[in-house]
Design a protein around this ligand. Structure first.
Ligand SMILES: [Zn+2]
Ligand SMILES: [Zn+2]
Length: 156
């Protein structure tokens, strides 16, 4: 039997499952932050233009926070249902690839997927932010160029 085509104006996006209203405000805050980050000219503070690679940092950081928020709601707080969780992933409220990493041992705090994509870095190893603090030289100040992460090793 062929699928019945819907002609409604709201057919573009399926109605979210129950429970969405409870988190709508939080998601709205993330959406506003993300919009600001995408529109804001990159500055290093004090109105000084930041290096180009830093322009993406807030976007990565907000995407991380939002994915974390959804992840915690479902896996830690058990505050949302599976249908709602799936819906959120499908509609771009969280990054399923990143969440898949968090479930793996050693990647619980991973900042962003870029930092484990070693091919894109100049180094033939994992990003500096993935190195546990204990293995770094004393007082070495870590901040990676991918997303501005200051360290996300699980043992930190
Ligand atoms: Zn990191
Ligand atoms: Zn990194």
């Amino acid at each position: 039997m062929p699928a019945i085509r819907s002609h409604g104006a709201s057919s573009r996006q399926k109605k979210p499952p129950a429970g969405f209203d409870d988190i709508r405000d939080d998601l709205e805050v993330f959406a506003i932050k993300m919009k600001d980050a995408q529109n804001a000219p990159p500055t290093a503070g004090g109105g000084v233009a930041a290096p180009k690679h830093q322009a993406q940092w807030p976007i990565f950081q907000i995407a991380h926070q939002r994915s974390r928020y959804v992840y915690e709601l479902y896996y830690e707080k058990e505050a949302i249902s599976r249908p709602l969780y799936d819906w959120l992933l499908k509609n771009g409220y969280a990054d399923p690839m990143l969440i898949a990493k968090w479930k793996k041992q050693g990647y619980e705090k991973l900042c962003c997927l870029r930092c484990i994509q070693t091919k894109e870095t100049n180094f033939q190893s994992t990003c500096i932010c993935r190195v546990p603090k204990a293995q770094l030289k004393d007082e070495q100040d870590v901040q990676c160029v991918n997303c501005g992460c200051r360290g996300c090793a699980s043992s930190d």
